[in-house]
Design a protein around this ligand. Structure first.
Ligand code: NDP
Length: 293
């Protein structure tokens, strides 16, 4: 990617974390409040383990209280619900995150819906989903929030732009579409049944790809001057030496020939997700204490 076209999520996330750390310091100095994030993990999952570790590390680095609760794989749903309820009531905790996936004997929806919406820093609770779509004070899912911050930084006013979001998951696609609508874009939400996806993408000033298929969005689909946000994280088996590599949902090098700005994978949306989790924890803390956002 030519430097002038690179949307550097890694650098942006670093700046965001510094800003959050400064705000945490002010909260502690002026109000004697320390934001606290609890991350709950059930069982062992190598990928989740990496995420949980880096979430907890970065939480501590910004001066927040980081509480890690690891439960064995055979924890019952009831035990987990009791832990969530205890965290709901804990005044030192402002954000609660239950790492997914949960073991199959646990109903994930029931667990997520038990988190009080005010502490739901993942933004998955139906109350937050509803608030986002009605324009209320929601906690917004971290990945789309990160994409939205990158777009605003790059484009400023997005009013009237054509935006296409490819993928309609509850975690990424749907909330992303809501955020773009809030920015006054004309939004198309594409998915596996969309007809003539290349033509839909060709009409877009903003393309957000969240599909989970390596390089499925072809470079030639991208309109000249468009801005491309690649949410996909796909691990490809490596060469004979066995080193695997990460690719996004977009054919990056080809797309960069047409796009005015594009995120790389890795180093684009990925680092923004955790930074936004910290931001949501800070937001939740301020709101719980009746302070301005
Ligand atoms: P899901 O699998 O939940 O959703 C994928 C979406 O893509 C579905 O809506 C599906 O449509 C759509 N889709 C599938 N095939 C096609 C196709 N051929 N054409 C158009 N649309 C298609 O994925 P997620 O939203 O959870 O994640 C998407 C990607 O983002 C993954 O690569 C994931 O790893 C990554 N990710 C990255 C994060 C980060 O921090 N950077 C965080 C979360 C996810 P339909 O609904 O019709 O089936």
């Amino acid at each position: 990617i030519p430097p002038e076209k690179l949307i550097d999520g890694k650098a942006f996330a670093e700046g965001l974390r510094k800003q959050i750390a400064a705000e945490v310091q002010v909260l502690r100095d002026q109000h004697g409040i320390q934001p606290g994030l609890a991350v709950v993990m059930v069982g062992e999952d190598p990928a989740s383990d990496v995420y949980v570790r880096s979430k907890c590390k970065q939480t501590g680095e910004c001066g927040m209280l980081s509480v890690e609760r690891r439960l064995p794989a055979d924890t019952s749903e009831n035990e987990l619900l009791l832990l969530v309820e205890a965290l709901n009531k804990d005044p030192a905790i402002h954000g609660i995150l239950v790492q997914l996936p949960l073991p199959r004997h646990i109903n994930a929806d029931r667990v997520l819906n038990t988190i009080v919406p005010e502490k739901d820093v993942d933004g998955f609770h139906p109350v937050n989903v509803g608030l986002l779509s009605t324009g209320g004070q929601a906690l917004v899912p971290c990945t789309p929030l990160g994409c939205s911050l990158l777009l605003k930084d790059r484009l400023g006013d997005m009013s009237g732009m054509n935006a296409v979001v490819i993928g309609r998951s509850n975690i990424v696609g749907k909330p992303m579409a809501q955020l773009l609508l809030k920015e006054n874009c004309t939004v198309t939400l594409a998915h596996s049944r969309t007809r003539d996806l290349p033509a839909v993408v060709k009409a877009a000033d903003i393309v957000v790809a969240a599909v989970g298929i390596p390089e499925m969005v072809k470079g030639e689909w991208i309109k000249d001057g468009a801005t491309v946000i690649d949410v996909g994280i796909n691990r490809l088996p490596g060469s004979a030496e066995g080193k695997s590599r990460l690719v996004g949902d977009v054919e990056t090098a080809e797309a960069a020939k047409h796009a005015a700005g594009i995120t790389p994978v890795p180093g684009g949306v990925g680092p923004m997700t955790i930074a936004c989790l910290l931001r949501n924890t800070l937001t939740a803390c301020k709101r719980l204490h009746g302070l301005e956002d």
